[in-house]
Design a protein around this ligand. Structure first.
Ligand SMILES: [Zn+2]
Length: 239
């Protein structure tokens, strides 16, 4: 997978801790790694006897049984994000808690879509994209880089967290949202601009200076260039 033009990088160990209202993306991403590695093995095995991967993310989820493999881990990440948001919202957070089930389901779906879309993208852009069956062993071995598990975890965790919070806010009838960055010099320029913007109505899209439209940071429907290595999060506004 290629990096975006201005990738946001991992926070360095010398960086100050984020303010309390911000999440720890790395911890949530690490929760996904064991299940993601298993899913990747299943993907490689399946790919070894098929010429191409389907283009629809739901079909990929079904074929590779991704929901069985990683659904529980995604649900945990989504639930943790909802709990953080509930606590941050104080008493009004109970309105979010009432919609935990539907929000976790939405978060899991967003995470699964992020994983499946990344596999599809890789299959069509990576060095081994001619079809595993026609590739040499060394060719197929290089078609996802070493950083793939962490990149996949970043994409999937962000989609699950922000997707769940977005769904809870929608179900609770909350009306606004803000784009929250980590406020350091590693945030990509387009997200710096989004982070400086005012709250927007919940049902409107964030429009990046690149022209991409996102429901929330790391929205799996958005181009990879707006998502890879992103550490931004969604803050919802009651009214
Ligand atoms: Zn970002």
């Amino acid at each position: 997978m290629t990096a975006p033009e201005q990738p946001e990088q991992e926070p360095s160990t010398s960086a100050p801790p984020p303010p309390p209202e911000q999440t720890d993306p790395e911890e949530d991403e690490s929760l996904l790694l064991p299940a993601l590695l298993l899913a990747y093995v299943v993907y490689r095995t399946w790919r070894g006897s098929h010429d191409s991967i389907p283009l629809g993310w739901r079909q990929v989820v079904r074929l590779l049984k991704l929901r069985d493999l990683i659904g529980r881990a995604l649900a945990m990440v989504a639930a943790r994000a909802l709990e953080r948001e509930r606590v941050a919202a104080g008493r009004a957070g109970d309105e979010l808690w009432m919609h935990t089930d539907v929000a976790v389901l939405a978060g899991v779906d967003a995470g699964l879509q992020a994983i499946a879309e990344a596999l599809i993208w890789n299959d069509h852009h990576g060095p081994g994209s001619g079809g595993a069956a026609s590739q040499s062993r060394s060719g197929t071995d290089t078609f996802i880089p070493d950083s793939a598990p962490t990149l996949l975890a970043n994409l999937a965790a962000g989609a699950a967290m922000n997707g769940a919070v977005f769904a809870a806010a929608s179900a609770a009838g909350w009306t606004g949202k803000r784009w929250i960055t980590q406020q350091d010099n590693r945030v990509r320029d387009t997200h710096v601009a989004l982070g400086k913007g005012k709250a927007v109505p919940l049902n409107q899209m964030f429009v990046s200076p690149s022209g991409s439209r996102l429901r929330f940071p790391r929205d799996p429907r958005a181009p990879l260039a707006e998502r890879a290595n992103c550490r931004c999060s969604l803050r919802i506004v009651r009214r």
